[in-house]
Design a protein around this ligand. Structure first.
Ligand SMILES: [Zn+2]
Length: 86
C-alpha cells in the first residue's frame, strides 16, 4: 500500500478576502465601484457610523494638548483687593 505523496492543501478562496468591515465585522464586498468607494466599510451606513465616531470624539487624535490660557480669571483691576477686604 502506497502513501500518497503530499497532503491535499486546504482550498483557498479564488480571490484574496478583503478585511472585514471595521464597524460591523461583516465581510466587505470586493467588487463593484460602490464597494470600492465605501472601502474599508461594507456599506454606506457603516461609513456613516465611522464618521459619526470621529465627530463624536470617540477616536482620540494623538498630539500636543491645546494651549491653556494661563491668565488668572480674576485679573481685572481692583477686584481681588476688594474681595480680600470684605
Ligand atoms: Zn459594516
Amino acid at each position: 500500500m502506497r502513501l500518497k505523496g503530499r497532503p491535499v492543501p486546504e482550498e483557498l478562496p479564488p480571490k484574496p478576502a478583503a478585511p472585514p468591515c471595521p464597524i460591523c465585522g461583516k465581510p466587505v464586498p470586493v467588487e463593484g465601484a460602490a464597494a470600492a468607494r465605501l472601502r474599508p466599510f461594507c456599506s454606506a451606513r457603516c461609513a456613516d457610523v465611522d464618521l459619526g465616531r470621529w465627530f463624536g470624539g470617540a477616536y482620540a487624535i494623538p498630539g500636543p494638548p491645546p494651549e491653556l490660557d494661563e491668565d488668572p480669571p480674576d485679573s481685572e483691576s481692583g477686584d481681588i483687593g476688594a474681595r480680600y477686604r470684605s
